[in-house]
Design a protein around this ligand. Structure first.
Ligand code: AMP
Length: 280
């Protein structure tokens, strides 16, 4: 496996691969890899000749009060994990290369970026779409793989891919969970054992919503109130940012839940902001 740190070298490598008619699958990550990331790499392995994984903690997608500086970084172990999961190239650019001093061009997806996470984290998606557009331009993939764990992000990026006409097949892979249901996340490392247990409140609430819909309860207000109770019973001091029921594709809010509804939520557990979602 090859590690590339320079944009010019990465561009050259992807152009050479294309010249040899090799298809490329791209898996963008912020590193500190867990089984969720590795599932995307394994999925990529099945879809193209060459798998490029990027590690870049993108400063533009963190708000001023968020954890950019303390975000866990573990490059050496990440490289070993990518190799084992079937990656061919790992691209690790520096922030100063991606965003030189005179950087001033951004990509924004309008409507889909404004709801849910976009309301709580105003600049977040602009940072995500800008960096992913740059990574697409540098690596020129045929396939790009993202996780359903960040459901809204996958929708925003899919829209960007379509709107900007990138000739890229867009794949959304399922969320990988711990045995107790907690969605795997690099931020789970911040928790003590007891806090980690409380972090399951998001999954318990989503499971409750799904069971209620299955049993015929459709009223979103009723389901939300039960979800809040489940969250507070599991993690009494947590702060619920939002619980939202939306249409799967448009992300427009619904008042009656159905099988095509997606429930998304964001909860701060011991000052760690977690997100999760489930199709009902
Ligand atoms: P991140 O490193 O958090 O930016 O995530 C990189 C990619 O991995 C994104 O497409 C995420 O949606 C995906 N991802 C993160 N956690 C999971 C998970 N638990 N299951 C599946 N995909 C995930």
């Amino acid at each position: 496996m090859q590690t590339i740190r320079s944009i010019t070298k990465m561009q050259k490598a992807s152009r050479q691969l294309a010249a040899r008619s090799k298809t490329i699958a791209l898996v963008p990550t912020m590193g500190n890899l867990h089984e969720g990331h590795l599932s995307l790499i394994r999925c990529a392995r099945k879809t193209a000749d060459v798998v490029i994984v990027t590690i870049f903690v993108n400063p533009k997608q963190f708000g001023p009060k968020e954890d950019y500086k303390k975000y866990p970084r573990d490059e050496k172990n990440d490289i070993a994990k990518i190799k084992k999961a079937g990656g061919d190239i790992v691209f690790i650019p520096k922030a100063t290369q991606i965003y030189p001093d005179d950087f001033q061009t951004y990509v924004t997806v309008e409507k889909l970026s404004q709801t849910l996470e976009g309301k709580s984290r105003p600049e977040h998606f602009r940072g995500v779409t800008t960096v992913v557009a740059k990574l697409f331009n540098i690596t020129r993939p045929d396939v790009a793989i993202f996780g359903a764990k960040d459901f809204q992000q996958s929708k925003v990026l899919k829209q960007m891919t379509k709107d900007l006409g990138y000739p890229i097949k867009f794949v959304i892979a399922p969320t990988v969970r711990e045995k107790d249901g907690l969605a795997m996340s690099s931020r789970n490392r911040y928790f003590t054992v007891e806090q980690r247990h409380q972090a399951c409140c998001l999954y318990y609430a989503l499971r409750t919503a799904r069971e209620m819909v299955k049993s015929g309860i459709k009223d979103v207000r009723t389901i939300k109130s039960e979800m809040r109770a489940v969250i507070k019973a599991t993690s009494p001091k947590c702060k619920i940012d939002y619980i939202a029921f939306t249409e799967f594709d448009s992300l427009k809010p619904v008042s009656k839940a159905s099988k095509s509804t997606i429930c998304s939520l964001a909860v701060c557990v011991h000052n760690v902001r977690l997100i999760d979602n489930m199709r009902l």
